[in-house]
Design a protein. Structure first.
Length: 296
């Protein structure tokens, strides 16, 4: 359930003109928001929309909880002509990987994806660059599913270091997990099923309890960028598995975090054993439901 994935074999280099790369980087940034799609008529909030600011505790400077995609895109567009050589080289590598993926849509190469995420993490605008990388991956959900083969709920570590953590997360049918925080930005890409995210903020500065602050449904091919002070709970509302790639801009394994549950929604230290138990119980309930359906 909690495994270490393989390492990256190599990183592709290219000698493409850096000026062309900077122009292309700006054009891709401008197209990224349009690819996310809309929710429809549901009474929920768009992930890219600015939601209420909140701090992690008394005396902490507030951060935007959900990132504003338009703001990210505008900042990159304004800085395109000022890209440093290092940023342009990182973008060159990422674009080379994306060209290779477009040439072979039938295959999702995990080592290639990890290398592309590493290049995005070193970018001048890492959240936007990472969103583009994940969007490219989940645009071909069948290829991702064939490579990662989700067959039960759980989470596996695909990559982990001080600056970057990549998880493969699979939710059992009708599984729900209590509110929790990350304390680092994250990019979530769904390649099968649906995640219903309920967002929260602290009831008051320094409070250990929460108040609801909207929600967002993520479906197949959807990508969400979450701010570093996001607090959310997740539910899979479907009768089948939901699977996603979660990319975090830091050491998600060792970062101290908080959870609000199980039981009363009062803040307590994040407990990995609780999370494992939640996934195990969800798997057991799913198997029991399958056996009951076969017997009837």
């Amino acid at each position: 359930m909690f495994e270490q994935g393989g390492g990256v074999r190599r990183l592709v280099e290219t000698s493409a003109d850096l000026g062309q790369v900077a122009d292309r980087h700006g054009r891709e940034a401008g197209d990224a928001t349009a690819s996310m799609g809309d929710v429809g008529d549901e009474p929920v909030q768009r992930v890219g929309r600015l939601v209420e600011s909140t701090g992690l505790g008394e005396g902490t400077r507030p951060h935007r909880r959900i990132l504003d995609d338009d703001r990210l895109d505008r900042s990159v567009a304004r800085g395109t002509t000022r890209l440093s050589s290092r940023t342009a080289l990182n973008s060159t590598k990422a674009l080379a990987f994306r060209r290779r993926r477009r040439d072979d849509r039938a295959m999702f190469d995990l080592d290639q994806f990890v290398a592309e995420c590493q290049a995005a993490r070193a970018d001048r605008e890492p959240r936007l660059a990472m969103r583009n990388v994940v969007q490219q991956a989940v645009a071909d959900p069948n290829a991702v599913g064939a490579a990662l083969s989700p067959d039960r709920s759980g989470f596996a570590i695909l990559h982990h270091d001080d600056d970057l953590t990549i998880l493969h997360v699979v939710w059992a049918p009708h599984m729900a997990i209590y509110p929790h925080d990350h304390r680092m930005w994250a990019v979530i890409g769904i390649y099968t099923g649906q995640e219903d995210n309920a967002f929260y903020r602290r009831a008051a500065p320094g409070a250990r309890t929460l108040t609801e602050a909207g929600g967002k449904q993520l479906r197949e091919r959807d990508v969400a960028v979450l701010g570093d002070d996001t607090i959310h709970g997740v539910t899979n509302p479907l009768d089948r598995l939901t699977a996603a790639i979660h990319v975090y801009g830091g050491d998600f394994v060792n970062q101290p975090r908080s959870q609000w549950g199980p039981g009363p929604e009062e803040e307590r230290p994040y407990d990995l054993a609780d999370a494992r138990r939640q996934f195990a119980e969800a798997n057991a309930a799913w198997r029991a439901a399958q056996q009951g359906a076969e017997a009837s």
